[in-house]
Structure formats: structure tokens, C-alpha cells
Design a protein around this ligand. Sequence first.
Ligand code: DGJ
Length: 728
Amino acid sequence: MPRTTARTAHLRAAGVSFVVELSSPLPRILHWGADLGDLTDEDADALTLTADGAVLNSALDLPRQCTVWPTEADGWSGTPAHQGHRGGTATTPRVRLTGAEERPGELVLRLADEVSELDITLTYRLDPSGVLGVVTELTRPVAGPGQDRAPYDLTGVTALLPVPHRADEVLDFTGKWCREASPQRGGLRFGSHVREVRRGRPGADSPYLLTLGVPGFGFRTGEVWGLHVGWSGNQRWVAERLPEGAGVHGAVLGGGELLAPGEIRLAPGDRYTSPVCHFVWSDAGLDGLADRFHNLLRGRPAHPATPRPLTLNTWEAVYFDHRIDRLLELADLAAETGVERLVLDDGWFAGRRDDTAGLGDWTVDPAVWPQGLTPLVERVHGHGMQFGLWVEPEMVNPDSDMAREHPDWLLAPSQGLGPSWRHQYVVNLAHQDAWDYLLKSLDEIVTRYAVDYLKWDHNRELHEAVARGADGADRPGVHAQVEAVYRLIDALKGRHPGLEIESCASGGARVDLGILARTDRVWASDCNDPVERQAIQRWTGQLLPPELVGTHVGGPHSHTSGRVTAESFRYLTALFGHAGIEDDLTARTPQERAGLKRWAALYKELRPLLHSGRVVRADLTDDATLLHGVVADDASHAVYCWVRTATSTKAQSGRVQLPGLPTRGGYRVRVRTEAGLPALHQTSGPAWFTAALDGWVPLPGSVLGGAGLPLPTLEPGQALLIEVTALR
Ligand code: DGJ
């Protein structure tokens, strides 16, 4: 079909431009990247004029296009924007533009496809942070006379955006329990780099942020394009490069939900809404991308506004040993240390003496808690601390009243269960009775004990996640499960507006912007070993600002890695997040508790900066060292953590630029010693460091951010905290 050129729509924010030509039959993306400034009509015409590549040999007789809804109809041979069929027919959509609306920061395109009989609304929302959110809505109009009423089986919807040829290197993430958010990086090859998530949750190996960049990009430099799929279920992510490119662009980034066969069947009147796919561009490297995500999240009306309370979580302190005397002593010591929120972890509910039983029975175990949770709650609140409680509403142990009484509530095949995982299975939250029961149980517990905070856990992947139908048929249930858990959290929060919720899934296996739209922080990992945590936190922070990431000080001997680590290293690692303690304070000496108390005071002093400033990470050539920090927006105040995780052959750092500081103006620097000092692998110096141990040392921006500062050589497993303030 011939194309007609038309007016362009231009969204601009925070140095980003997104330009779409509103052409027929389909609009196409002219540009996504650096701000192009105010586009005059001539500028827009020039963009359109240059939007076509050559007509190639042995190819379509028209220049190829990258439209907003690529399909085979326009000669697209890559991942299509949508796929499906109606009983084996209607497999070649022919989508066309029917309307376009521009609002501040938003472009809404209305499309229609007579082949698949779908009306499509494609919404691009450019947030003030520069993050572009893309949502698609597919509606099967109500059937008219003579219209085929057979359902349209939707098999995939992918939001696709083009990136230029120079984006030639790919970075994304993988991981496992206790090693979440691990980066992997390489050249972008021809074909599809596809990440499919089939775990029913993002997983410890979540792709997290699929990034393409100009080769060599780092934390501080380079042009990068990234995508995050904001969804807590199955997902499909793609970075795809075909030899012919994508119109004049080089490749596409795409994302959406991974749908099981038959999972979405659109009968007349039905609608499917995709997750939000967050597309982000920066010419300031990975820190530039992180900055945009942090601004996006901080700009939300529901972003936590109160100081993030120093937390004590009881898991590694007592596990299932819920003796009230022990817990009361823990609460007293927590208060003395400066803790502001105590969270009672797993083990409080009926039959839960270990992890083999009890999930599903959300009432307090009278055998262990004869007076209910009241004695502990009163002690915690009496100390002025908030009370938090662990729950895992989406799961059930076969050894529970819930499983015995309601076998039909399981999200599992009706003929035989697959293998259990931590002795548990999944509850079908889309089953209205199960959902009602869970809301009622959670509501009662939260109300009765004035619970301020829930640690909402999710310790099993969704395998064979089928809903048991009343007709005896099993149907795919992941999509409905995710929507139902979102509704459950929303309903609970609706009833308890001040309630905060943490997303935990065996640590960081459910960290995504879908769950974070309704929760207040994540538990990034079950690993509190600071060596591992430095890596996990630095990359979890690629998307989330520090105030949304739980970071706890564990005991000297890590429960999950076996490594023994220095106290100050554990303190300084946990400082850069929503800090807490995951340790048995009753087992600590008075000296150790005094150290924790000093660290707690330091956290409270620095948290206004830590939880509002820009996260910065230095590009260093020595992999065994890390330098990261938080810099106030106006660069008047900063803290940096200089870390050595292992030994290296390089004997000293030489001058290191403190990232995020201007190279002008006067500053002063000191070493913060409250959390202890690192062991050094050197005799003395550098001179500024020796002086900064005793107090402020004036140093100009030209040295700190410009020429650089020589940093001391630390022993492995050590960290140093440096504070910088501007001279007025
Ligand atoms: C897994 C979580 O990640 C842990 O922090 C802890 O809450 C346990 N579950 C409790 O069962």
C-alpha cells in the first residue's frame, strides 16, 4: 500500500526526543534518542525525507519501514508487533491508523485490523524523566451481525522500538538464588537475542534491563538504549538485528508478555492490555540510564515519602525458633541500637514449625503464640518502632488446612501435581474464593496487630500453572495470576492506606516495575555477604534508587555463602540502600552492638542524601575495586564508598576521579569512621587520606572530579566511606 507522508508528533523530555510520523497506513518512528530541539516544519520534513533507506537487491520494491506496528504486511521479517489466529485463520494482520491524539507527554495511536478484527490503542508516554512507557491495548469489538464470533487467540504482543546501527553491543542480566542481577555482555549479532521468562515471575535470572549501546559504553560514558518490561509474570524480551536493518535504523528492542498457547482468547468484547514496556535512552552511559529510572520512580505520587526506617528482620536471627522471650529481647536490643521497624519473618502462623507445613493457614499459631502476636507487637510499638510481618499469600503447603479443604484452589494440573518446590505449590489467585479468603485473612491480621509493613514473599516458580476449571479442563493461568496478585495488593493497600509492602521472592526473584507500582521496596537477595552484595546492589540499582532496595547487615559469618567478613565492610555495604539488620543481636557483644548503634546513627544522618541523590559508579580498570556513591542533585554533598572485593596485581589506584562531581569549585573531604575503618594493604598515606581521617581536608573540584584522587590500597573485603561537601 502506498504511504502518505503526514505531520509528525514529537515528544520531548529531559534531553530525549521521540518523533513519530503520523503516516498512513501506519505511522513510523522517525527518531528515538537525543533531543532534537524544537522541530520546525522544515526540520520535520527533513526527518521524513531522510527516513527511507535504499531499495535493496532481491528485496521489497519499496524501502523497508519500521512502523509503530511492524508486521509482514509491510514487509517486516522480524518479530511482529502482534501474532495470533482465529481457529487457524486471520494470521496476517493488516493494521492501519484510524486516529491519533497528542497530549502533553503522550501520544495515543488508534489502529484497527480488519483481518484479526482488533482495535488497537498504542500509547507512548514520555515521562519527565525521559523514560518512554509503551502500553498496548487490543480490543475485539462487540460482534455485529455476520461477524465471526470465534475467539482470536493472541499468541504475542511486542512493543518494538528501533535503535541505530551504532548500537552494537548488548548487556542484560541473569542470576540465581543469592546471586541476582548478574550482568552479561557481548556483541550484538545478526538474528534475535531473545530472553524468555517462563518462571511465572521475573526470576533471579531476570533480563532486568536489556541494553544496547555503542561498543565500549560504561557507567559514566557512552550512548545506550535500554528496555525494562514492567511485569511480574512470563515475559519475552528481544534485541533483534536483521541484515536489512529496521528501516533506516539498525535493530529493534522489543518486549512484552510471554503468552501460553490459549492463554489470551479474545471473544467479541474482550480486551488485552500489555504490561508497560519502559524504553530509556542516554548518552551518559549506564549511570545516565539509572538516573532516568530513579527519577521516574521518585516522581511517582506513591513513592515512599517518609524516611526509610532502619529495619531489623528476624529471619537470620531466629529462623523458625519463635520463642517469645527471645524475640522480646531481640526487640529491646533492636530499639537500643536505633532500629525503627522490626519485621517478624516466617514461622508465626498455624502449623509453621519449619518450611514443610502451614502456608495457606494465615492465623497465628496458638501453640507458639498463646497470646497471639500481641506481646511482641506491644513491645515493638512500645519502643516506638513499626511492626512488620512476613507473609507468602500466593503459596500453599500440601500440609495445611487450605490445601486439605480447597484442592481446587491450586494453580496446578487437576490430574497429578508436579514436583513441589520448598514443599509448596501455588494458590490460584484468580479463583475468586481463594482471593477473597486471602484478602480477608491478610486484612484481619493487618488490622488486629496494626501491622505497618508486610514482607510479601514468593518462593516458588509457577510451573504447570493451570487453573482447574469447573468443567474439568485446565487452562493457562499465569497472566490471570499476575493480575490477581496486583489486585490483591491494591485491595489490601486500599483498606490500609499507610501499609507498606516489600516484594521478596526467595530474595530478588520478583524485582520489576509492575510489582513496584504497588510495593514499597524489594529484598534484592537472601545473600547478606558484602562481597556478593556489592555486585547485587550495584546492578539492582541500575533500575531502582537506593531507598527501594533493602540492604541488611548480616552476621560476621554469612549464612548463605559461608564467607567471614569484616564488620565495617558489612556496615558500609548495607548503608547504600534501605538499611537494616539481619542478625541475632542477642549473640553480639556489647562492643559489637555499640558499633551497630554508631552505624545506625550514621545511616539516619546520611539517609536524606542517600535516598534523594544521584547514584554514581566509577569506571575502573581494576575489577577487584569498586567506587560508587550518591551525589546531591546540586553536587553540594556526596558520599562515596571505595571497595576492594579481592586482591589484584595493581599495587595502587593512582588518581581516581570521583564520579558526579563538577571539576570546578571548592570542596572539602573527610573519611567517615563511625562504621569503622578498613584494613589497609599499605604502610601509610596517601597524604590527603591520612589528614582526612582526622577531619575535613579542603580539595578543589578540579582534583576530586577532574585530575582525580589517589585512593588507599585496601585489604580484600574492605571498604572506606568518603564524604565530600561543597565549600560555600
Ligand atoms: C525467603 C526470603 O527471601 C527470606 O528472606 C525469608 O523471608 C524466607 N523466605 C522465609 O521463609
